[in-house]
Design a protein around this ligand. Sequence first.
Ligand code: DGJ
Length: 692
Amino acid sequence: MTISFSEQARTWHLTGPGFSYVVGLCGRGMPRQFYWGPPVPDAATAELTAENAEEYSFDDRIHHGVELLGELGPQFATPSLQLRHPDGAKGFDWHYRDHRIDDDHLAIAFTDRDLTLTLHYRVRDTGVLDRWAELEADAPVEVGRFDSAAWTLPHWATYRLSHLTGEWAAEWQLRRTEAPVGETLLGSRRGNTSHQANPWCAVDDGTATEDSGRVYSTMLAWSGSWRMQLRRSTQGRLTVTGGAGQEGLRLNLAAGERWETPVYSGLCTDGGFGAASRAWHEHLRRHVMPTAEEDPAILYNSWEAVAFDVSESRQLPLVDLAARIGCEQFVVDDAWFGARTSDAAGLGDWWPNPDRFPDGLGPLIEAVHGRGMKFGIWVEPEMVNPDSDLYRAHPDWVIHQTGRDRTELRNQLVLDYARPEVAEWAFRTLDHLLHENAIDFLKWDHNRPFTEVGDPASPDPDRVYFDHVRAVYDLKRRLRAAHPGVRIEGCAGGGARVDPGLLRHVDQVWTSDNTDAGDRIAIQHGFGQAYPARAMGAWVTDEPTGFNHRTTGLRFRFHVASAGALAVGGDLTRWSDAELDEAAEHIAVYKDIRPVVLHGAQHRLGDPENEPLTGVQYLLDDRLVALAFKTPARFNRPEPPLRPAAVAADSRWRDEDTGRTHWGANLNANGLPLRLTGSDWDSAIVRLRRVD
Ligand code: DGJ
């Protein structure tokens, strides 16, 4: 990893594993991307120039490669940076000031009027380039939009966009579509990353496959409203600009204020969509997630079993059964606190409900710990039910606007963490809960988006969008520091808040409220495009789930959920002895494969949208684990074998279940030894160990 500067060419050359990125100055100092792609020799960068020149000022080329397009002169594309000065002047006229290189970090500073704008670049050993920007105002300025970075792709005949979309209980649906000439907006205006879109996207030239081809992908570390805007120009270039916020917001920076954007990372990989995903997985585990090296406990969560009917007496039988099948952590979900017996009341009142837990949480926690399990509990600290003691005492603590109704969703409102006293209340409340009780794990939920965003007491009410998110990060940071043994699961009505910003502060996430194993295959396929198995909570629950009417069987459900951080969420009191014994066997197998699944390299085998037999493979050192899933067959539809990935023809592998050995050449030709019956919803786990 190197960063070099050529004074003569006025370019910086950043190189990391698998890529070079060259940024240079044009005119008085406008920074433009000269190159982003596979590594180039330093000497060659002198020949690189931006596709730029004043003579192109009537056409789209004027926009190409600008690191943060503003609103100055003949710049007509949607800006990445929208500034308005008190005298009405707009934009930022780039004057290069200086730069700083500290190991893997480059900071280039520019000035205009009373502003200093610094572009930051950090080269990561995972092939990822982190970018963010910082504005220092010596005089007041209004900020309409301040993206973290813009990424320009090579000149291609076509551009294909891969992105993740969906809705509640159907998050993470992968879509591939040609990016039109014009502008395409991905994003969320909901105050969280959203079920509907996730701040990750990939672009290729339309020819990449799972295993081959160049893919450019980007990921934004922000857990509030966000946008990524693709600009495909009439001149045949594509730029993705992205950052925090949404259209229509205005921030008034005061003199002396500094504003830093979140990190927006870019990755250029060869080896298809699979290689891009593996690089993101490695990056997030190595540089973002706080405890990625740990094996998370297999948890039991009582939500699907009892919903709001939570009490000590209702939980204790589940504790016994969860321990019996081999779970390592018992998590009490919603409704243990305040007057929370349904979703209509109690949010905000974080003390045990005295009817349900007459002696507090102590006896339940002792029972859980006594059976060798850790204890976890559900919280939703950013929310309040109007029917709660907290709201009655502090009706002004919620995000709201004067003269507008406060829209309730799921009977709740959002607390305004942008107000320091509210964020401080949240810290004190959770800190107290953790001090008073031997809690090992928090499931941190966030069940509704923002509406009527504002703070009548603030002169700059749009800041709530940003300050709330920062306060959530800060709260988690403080709690982790005060309680270093506590682990946190991020949740937002399923997967509505998952991004590298949140992943820095949580140990895993709840992927989706949809636990139907058939639906999960596509959900997990989408999740894995960007995020690692280590982060992906996956439960085995009862069937039918209510999302679909099918039954797939316990084995299939366990195998699908074994593709991530396995958990159990069914009503174990209704499971037969045979089912409990079978569950114990599946959990024992998972404990064996867990290190490979959670820390290994993931290869997706097949496309679950179009193929009836698909799977996921994980490779770690000399171990290969494959999970194979068979969805409903269609008569006379050929079913090719499921071939392993990254297996050398001259390698030999021992099947740890049958003891048989197989040549890599044979596995590659004839597929994995699956031993499937051919019936719908059949599945298999294959465990191979390399013998030579
Ligand atoms: C939404 C979560 O996604 C569920 O798992 C559960 O915790 C409920 N909230 C509880 O209200």
